[in-house]
Design a binder for this molecule. Structure first.
Ligand code: GAP
Length: 436
């Protein structure tokens, strides 16, 4: 894969309206990011692709959208109140705070003083809040640190409404919040981010074969994101590093500009969560097989996808530089289904009403078909191509004087992003040309 610097991606993302620093006008808020028009489109395309692949494209999957705020007992029972912590150390000189497992504690990365760190203490990463007007222990709640618990708490509801065959899964996309000690590396480690999670319920004796099936599906997912196979790596997580609920975890890592880091995780959560609900809520979580064999509490395979890490991997993998007519060009070689803008339509000259009127016709027609189609009449045509290349638009369609009269009437130029090739086609044939 081509090597790109993180700063290049951050700068392109800001300049071209993908991703901005959160609350930037007030000096920013660490660990938060805002998505601009192109970023939100890219994010939605990734989410839609995921939903299509893992929910709509299957018979055994059910979607939910649970509340972010949940009864605090959820987080006690799940183990998050007691164990969802990172080790925190503080420099006695500059009072900088760091994650003990992420720095060399012999020297403070901020002030450079040596031996200024004491013992690490465990810092709980959940954002605490109070529900309602009274600020006391009874009103405590948390912003969810994972979407998974909203699935476990709805497992019985889905079972009762649909009585699915085993195995089956419940999927959810939504915000998660973690009070990260050191948010860093652009959107990679944020305090507010989005997860796309599946809890896949299986018979306890089937967990290994189902885990293997999900392992393969994760590879299909990374391919659908356009990530080159050799940029994605499996890491078998040793027991000492696994989350408290997991008996087996494979992290799928990506070669980010910041190094090889976790893109998503695949975990075997056993019956940890459903058993906890049984114990703490006193509700029966057993599945009654349709053949009247012995009821059981299902075990769970959990593929957990972080949306921001997918966005960052997609941008890094797509970023490409080449040379066109002796000039350096940078473009996003995005898969068609992820491109935020599908087609840009231009009149060759914006001060010729007859060209503009015809181009508007083509624009409206294509917008009806492809949705995110951009009108672009700014600057000369070469500049428009470069601008669209930089945001990954697969095609530019240009209406020129040949479109209006002569042998080529009602034809347009189609300019292809990756090859920069220009081809000429009847307007009526565009649907057979674009995205074929
Ligand atoms: N329910 C399981 C779970 O939450 P996790 O490994 O803690 O597991 C899953 O998180 C995924 O969420 C990670 O692989 C990553 O993609 C994403 N993620 C976790 N913390 C994040 C953060 N601070 N910023 C952005 N993404 C994060």
């Amino acid at each position: 894969m081509n090597k790109v610097q993180l700063e290049t991606i951050v700068s392109l993302a800001k300049r071209r309206g993908f991703i901005y620093q959160g609350s930037e006008v007030y000096g920013g808020l660490a660990g938060t990011w805002d998505y601009g028009p192109l970023g939100v489109s890219l994010k939605r395309n990734i989410m839609d692709q995921w939903w299509k692949m893992f929910v709509d494209g299957r018979e055994d999957m059910f979607g939910v959208d649970a509340a972010i705020l949940m009864n605090k007992q959820v987080w006690k029972a799940s183990g998050h109140v007691d164990t969802f912590t990172d080790p925190l150390i503080e420099c006695s000189n500059c009072h900088g705070r760091f994650r003990a497992d992420k720095i060399d504690a012999s020297k403070c990365p901020t002030c450079g003083k040596t031996d200024t760190f004491g013992e690490a203490r465990q810092f709980n990463m959940m954002f605490k809040t109070n529900i309602g007007p009274v600020d006391d222990d009874n009103s405590i709640s948390y912003l969810r640190p994972e979407t998974a618990q909203g699935i476990f708490t709805n497992y019985k509801n889905v079972l009762d409404s649909f009585y699915p065959d085993m195995p089956f899964g419940i999927a959810q996309q939504g915000k998660a919040f973690r009070n990260e000690i050191s948010p860093r590396d652009f959107i990679f480690r944020s305090r507010e981010f989005e997860q796309m999670e599946i809890e896949y319920f299986v018979h306890p004796s089937d967990w290994e074969q189902e885990f293997e099936k999900w392992r393969k599906l994760v590879w299909e997912w990374t391919a659908a994101l356009g990530l080159p196979e050799d940029s994605v790596h499996e890491l078998e997580v040793p027991e000492s590093d696994r989350a408290h609920y997991s008996k087996r975890t494979i992290d799928f890592e990506f070669d980010y500009p910041i190094g090889r880091e976790e893109l998503l995780g695949l975990a075997y959560r056993t019956d940890f969560d459903l058993e906890n609900i049984q114990k703490n809520a006193g509700k029966n979580m057993e599945y009654r097989p349709k053949d009247d064999s012995t009821p059981y509490v299902p075990h769970v395979i959990e593929p957990s996808f972080g949306l921001e890490r997918a966005v960052m991997a997609v941008l890094c993998a797509a970023y490409t530089e080449d040379e066109v007519n002796g000039e350096k060009r940078s473009f996003l070689k995005l898969p068609d289904h992820l491109a935020p803008v599908k087609v840009a339509v231009s009149p060759l000259l914006k001060n010729k009403p007859e060209l503009v009127a015809k181009a508007r016709e083509v624009f409206n027609e294509l917008k009806n078909i492809y949705g995110n189609v951009m009108w672009d009449d700014n600057g000369n045509i070469g500049k428009r191509y470069r601008r669209q290349d930089e945001i990954g638009t697969p095609y530019c369609v240009v209406v020129d004087f040949e479109t209006l009269e002569g042998d080529s009437v009602d034809t347009v130029t189609v300019r292809h992003r990756d090859t920069t090739e220009q081809t000429r086609h009847p307007i009526s044939d565009l649907q057979n040309v674009l995205f074929k």
